[in-house]
Design a protein around this ligand. Structure first.
Ligand code: F6R
Length: 261
């Protein structure tokens, strides 16, 4: 894994936007994987700035979401499709019809999950997947104990995740849905390049396990140790439990700038 420790989230946003710009310029049918939550905010803001200034266009890009709550009405402001429309689709010029997510309102959940896997494959797979990480080590909503080979499916959210996400629901944990549809760890591992962002002390333990711990379903993000191309962007607080933080700084500082992420 390449570990990049940044001074502020905007620096990470700019580096990831560079990688996305390079992808879009060098690929005929670019496919982006998008995450919700606070961690990718600076990336979407920077993409919006570049589109507004004419430096970037996402008109030919397709995007696939990682996950979706089950049971929220279509117009709910915290439904992930609504969040992605607000934070990523509206500030850029991506065609909303090119943005896909698992159907959290489907009658036949298994069918919806299988259809989602097929849609990703039909698009040619995901070129660059943006990820956050839960304080319990989840990626997408693959909670502790998830199969490291899992595919898109229904999951029950842990109490920890519902407490963490209560801030989006007026601090009322009871309003956070109990279930979600999520890409599996195995689905995520098929993306060409995984770009994970984590900021703040609350992520330090999960980052320590993901980068330096033994691989375990109890910390699902540890599966990323098997992926050939992972970039992890952290602030000092999220990196604070890494034994090899100073080596990561040295490696990043000596990398030629033109190489990018
Ligand atoms: C959201 C997702 C989750 C979040 C994670 C971190 O689509 O897949 O895994 O990335 O819960 O959330 P934030 O960024 O809000 O700390």
């Amino acid at each position: 894994m390449e570990i990049v420790i940044v001074d502020m989230q905007e620096t990470a946003g700019s580096l990831v936007a560079d990688a996305i710009s390079h992808l879009v310029e060098s690929t005929v049918n670019p496919v982006l994987g998008v995450a919700t939550g606070s961690s990718p905010g600076a990336v979407y803001r920077e993409l919006g700035r570049r589109v507004a200034s004419g430096q970037l266009s996402l008109k030919n890009t397709q995007a696939f979401m990682l996950d979706e709550y089950v049971g929220l009405p279509p117009e709910h402001p915290q439904r992930y499709r609504v969040v992605i429309d607000r934070e990523f689709v509206q500030p850029t010029d991506i065609d909303p019809a090119n943005v896909h997510g698992p159907d959290g309102q489907a009658q036949d959940i298994d069918q919806a999950c299988a259809d989602y896997e097929r849609a990703i494959a039909a698009a040619g797979g995901i070129d660059l997947q943006i990820l956050g990480i839960g304080s319990d080590g989840h990626i997408a909503f693959n909670e502790p104990g998830s199969s490291l080979g899992s595919r898109t499916r229904l999951k029950t959210l842990t109490k920890q995740t519902r407490v963490d996400n209560a801030r989006f629901f007026d601090d009322n944990v009871d309003s956070v849905p109990q279930h979600c549809l999520t890409q599996g760890v195995g689905t995520i591992m098929e993306a060409d390049h995984l770009v994970l962002l984590a900021f703040g002390q609350s992520k330090a333990e999960a980052i320590h396990h993901m980068v330096e711990g033994p691989v375990s379903a109890m910390w699902p993000a540890t599966a990323l140790q098997f992926h050939p191309h992972v970039t992890v962007l952290l602030d000092e607080a999220a990196a604070s439990r890494l034994q090899l933080a100073s080596y990561a700084r040295q490696a990043w500082d000596s990398k030629p700038a033109w190489q990018g992420l």
